[in-house]
Design a protein around this ligand. Sequence first.
Ligand code: HEC
Length: 93
Amino acid sequence: MKKVLLAASIVLSMGSVQANSFDALGCSGCHGAGGKSAIPSYPSLAKSVRPNLDIVKALKDYQSGARKNATMNAMAPMAAGQEQAIADYLAGQ
Ligand code: HEC
C-alpha cells in the first residue's frame, strides 16, 4: 500500500510538470519533446510540423501490422487505448 501511495505521489508530482502519455510512454525519447524531432530518422509528430499526419490511424496500422516498422510495431501496442489522447496532445504542439 505504501508503495502504491508512493507511486501515486510520483505520478502526481510529474503531473504538475506535464502529464501526457506521449512522455510517459517514452515516445518523446525518439520523436522529441512535444513531437518535434531533432533527429532525421525519427519523424516529427507535432501538428505544427505535420499538419496532415493522422496519429490515431498510424498507431492502429502499426498495431495491426498493416504498417510495418520494427520499432513502431513494438511501440504502438503500448499506446493501446491512448491513441486519441496522444493525438490530442500532439494536436496542441
Ligand atoms: C525507439 C524510437 C521510437 C520510439 C520510442 C517511438 N517511435 Fe514512433 N517512430 C519511430 C520511427 C523510426 C518511425 C518511422 C517508422 C516508419 O517509417 O514507418 C516512427 C513513426 C511513428 C509514427 C508515424 C509517423 C509518420 O510520419 O507517419 C507515429 C504516429 C509514431 N511513431 C508515434 C509514436 C508514439 C505514440 C510513440 C510512443 C508510444 C512512439 N512513436 C515511440 C521511432 C520511435
